[in-house]
Design a protein around this ligand. Structure first.
Ligand code: GLU
Length: 598
């Protein structure tokens, strides 16, 4: 493992001597970070997350000389403590990294995988899909977690800290406790019945049978111990050792409370599945948009291809001059078209042939854009297109042989972004799927297991469905961590939570910022709508206008909690200044910070 790329040799010495990095055992007055500021401008590095403790952890790492990758792992590990119902070592995610040294973008696919005993019909009974809610709270839906392996891989490839050092801030927060806010309490309330049905989850998140009060201090000593042991023993303890054995036992025999009447299906994970887990280094998706280059996450996530296809369609319209109604009309229509193609063609590329290059080609986008009528919303669902290399690019019903074959351009749940003083950038989305994941805490280990395998389709939804379960397969994700470059240098880094609305949130933020002249904080705050090729458009009430309704869009409010996407981003301003922006209101608001404010 490489550990030596610190800028200052003296600092490296101090680090080796353990004199600079705080450890969980260092005796210092307890400061809990609760102040939320959604926007910060400054220099020297920046962090934006949904949580002030996590943002503080990332900034602290940057101030002590760590880089953007070190800060991202430290912030993510802290989110595993303070945002445990969204993310943690029981889950998975996708990390996009811009390396300033050679201006290259890299990605890591740390998606959960199905165990070897998974079958195409695992979520069926008598030929019919099982009840979704039964799958949600079950051992059956737990995928082999990828988050810890992602952290280790990112640190090995690009970081300067050891895993122990990167886990230290999270470990400290777990041990000393953090202040419960309304979101944390509400997420337990929303999950109370199922959390109460597992002995381990009940004792951690419903202490003495009660939901922690807003303003109280919540401690997770079991997770602090887990982080300490992971720091000492490394990821092998999780993937090949005793912790792994406990995970397997928990998945196969969830610790259901005696007397519970909930039907809890057992999982099929074995120790060999954990041993076989690998993070995959992937080539990012890459498309050109209005002189910028947009990098995203390739399949197994559908984020990069779907955001990319929609942008390719949209760049055929001069959105900035059309006015908001037409711009948003085209955004909704392009999103529906891209979702139709996502649903038909995108799955784990190790299992299905994903026509990624064709989906991201300008020829295909040109043909797909013919389906947009400026005067009328199309009837949804729209059919998928044919990414076959033969495209009608002039909307005259004829294949245009000049452009057939696609373009030759390069190919390629909580969200956090970090940037360091060297110019490196991380855009990282991680999740345990549903808020609260499977609802099952690994006894004594302090973290929840994901229910990511519910992202598979339980039965075919389209012919040759690319997203059916299979042994070792990764369920299709919508996570869309994105980095946008201008002339080879970072311009924006952005991402969002929100299941399949992640794609539309990232797309809308990009259109708002790049085409419609909103600032990044305005784009993140903007009222949102999500058209995922369905008859109705989920929209926050402030998005809805008479003009859009007159074009034939039918709006419905998003499901509880009535909001779409608490995004986070960084914009790289002139003269080395950074604008870190987190969500101002949704999910109680996020936290943005910079290393130096001026
Ligand atoms: N499981 C979702 C995905 O991978 C993310 C979970 C969420 O954001 O709610 O797309």
């Amino acid at each position: 493992m490489r550990r030596s790329r610190l800028a200052l040799p003296a600092l490296a010495l101090l680090l080796c001597a353990g004199l600079v990095w705080p450890t969980a055992s260092s005796a210092s007055p307890v400061t809990r970070h609760t102040a939320k500021k959604p926007t910060a401008v400054g220099r020297g590095g920046a962090v934006a997350t949904v949580d002030p403790e996590a943002t503080h952890a990332g900034l602290d790492v940057l101030r002590r000389g760590g880089n953007a990758v070190d800060a991202a792992v430290a912030a993510a590990a802290t989110l595993g403590v303070t945002e445990p119902f969204s993310a943690g070592i029981g889950g998975g995610g996708y990390l996009v990294y811009y390396r300033a040294r050679d201006r290259r973008v890299f990605t890591l696919d740390g998606r959960e995988t199905a165990p070897a005993a998974m079958t195409a019909t695992a979520f069926q009974e008598n030929g019919k899909p099982i009840d979704f809610n039964e799958a949600v709270t079950s051992g059956l839906s737990v995928g082999v977690p990828g988050t810890l392996a992602t952290w280790q891989r990112a640190l090995d490839r690009w970081g300067t800290l050891s895993l122990k050092q990167a886990l230290a801030p999270g470990r400290q927060v777990a041990r000393r406790g953090f202040v419960v806010d309304t979101t944390f309490r509400q997420q337990i309330l929303d999950n109370q019945a199922r959390f109460a049905d597992f002995t381990s989850t009940r004792s951690l998140y419903l202490p003495r049978g009660t939901v922690p009060a807003v303003g109280s201090v919540f401690r997770n000593p079991a997770l602090a111990r887990t982080y300490a042991r992971l720091g000492a023993r490394g990821p092998d303890w999780f993937y090949r050792g005793r912790l792994g054995e406990r995970i397997v036992t928990t998945v196969r025999n969830p610790p259901v409370r005696p007397g519970s009447t909930r039907p809890v299906r057992k999982g099929r994970m074995r120790a060999g599945d954990l041993r076989a887990y690998r993070v995959i280094d992937r080539v990012p998706t890459s498309i050109g948009y209005r002189g910028l280059r947009v990098f995203g996450m390739a399949p197994s996530s559908s984020g990069g291809t779907t955001v990319g296809e929609a942008l390719n369609i949209l760049k055929r319209s001069p959105l900035s001059t059309l006015g908001r109604t037409q711009a948003m009309h085209r955004y909704l229509e392009a999103s529906a078209l891209a979702f139709a193609d996502r649903n038909s063609y995108v799955g784990d590329p190790a299992f299905v042939p994903v026509p990624q290059r064709a989906l991201l080609s300008d020829g295909f986008a040109a043909e797909r854009s013919c389906a947009i009528n400026p005067a009328r919303a199309a009837v949804k669902p729209v059919p998928a297109g044919a990414p076959d290399g033969r495209y009608d690019t002039n909307c005259d019903g004829k294949v245009d042989t000049r452009t057939a074959g696609g373009d030759q351009e390069g190919l390629s749940t909580t969200h956090l972004v970090t940037a360091d003083r060297f110019g490196n950038v991380v855009s990282y989305t991680l999740t345990i799927e549903q808020t609260g994941g499977s609802g099952i805490v690994v006894p004594g280990a302090g973290f929840l297991l994901n229910n990511e395998l519910t992202d598979f389709n339980f039965a075919a939804t389209v012919p040759q469905d690319p997203n059916l379960p299979a042994p070792g397969k990764r369920p299709r994700s919508s996570m869309s961590p994105t980095i946008v470059l201008k002339h080879g240098k970072p311009f924006l880094a952005v991402g969002s939570p929100g299941g399949s609305t992640i794609i539309t949130t990232v797309l809308q933020v990009l259109v708002d910022r790049i085409d419609l002249g909103l600032t990044l904080p305005q784009a993140i705050a903007d009222p949102r709508a999500s058209q995922r090729n369905t008859a109705t458009v989920q929209a926050e009430p402030a998005f809805v206008t008479a003009g859009l309704a007159a074009l034939g869009h039918t709006f419905v409010p998003p499901p509880a909690p009535g909001e779409i996407g608490a995004a986070a981003g960084i914009e790289f301003l002139k003269n080395g200044r950074l604008l870190a922006a987190a969500e101002p209101v949704r999910r109680g608001g996020g936290s943005a910070g910079v290393v130096r404010r001026h």
